[in-house]
Ligand binder design. Sequence first.
Ligand code: ADP
Ligand code: MG
Ligand code: MG
Length: 212
Amino acid sequence: MTELTAADLRTIFQAIGDAIEADKSRLSELDGVIGDADHGVTMSIGFTAVNEALAKLDASADPTTVFNTAAKSFLNAVGASSGPLYGTAFMRAGAAVKGKPTVDRDALADCIQAMAKGMQDRGKAERGEKTMMDAWLPAADAAQEAKARGDDAVACLEAAVAAAEAGAEATKAMLATKGRASRLGERAIGHMDPGAASAVTILKAITAAVRG
Ligand code: ADP
Ligand code: MG
Ligand code: MG
């Protein structure tokens, strides 16, 4: 993939859906330890709805329409906290590529940053609160740093994956102050945040799809 077309974006969403499906039970098990054991299911419901909506979308739809369709369907399908977070993220990614017939490979890092910023605006979690932001914020920064160094899109995504993995790993040591896990206090320590874990899965799937 050189320039990402709207069709390529649909392929990427399909790849994310497949990766979430394969990871569903692990994600729910992680959520079972510090939450309500549904994170794999909620993410699976969300991306299934996204891919069903994208399959019905007109072939001439532009990248912004693909992202907006993803946003709306994820939000409508998912009642859990991840619903509005990813809904906002995809909406912001759509705004970041507004008016563009294709997504320049360099614009991918900007999409990731727009997504992370959207999630943070919506959920108001800071780094260190044991949420998916502990994966998404460092991933967005790493992609921007790689882009500023002149790295190509795949290298930017690889940097984002590495940062997200480190961030997800770091959530183990954190106390949760946002989301369901905050009710557990110190009992959440030692366990990875499920939302940070699924962020890694999503970023890995994007990277593999763009690498081709
Ligand atoms: P629910 O907690 O409603 O069952 P999920 O299980 O789908 O929702 O998602 C849980 C994940 O949502 C958590 O692991 C955490 O990463 C993330 N999360 C919860 N609240 C916030 C927030 N305010 N900001 C960012 N992420 C959050
Ligand atoms: Mg849950
Ligand atoms: Mg729930």
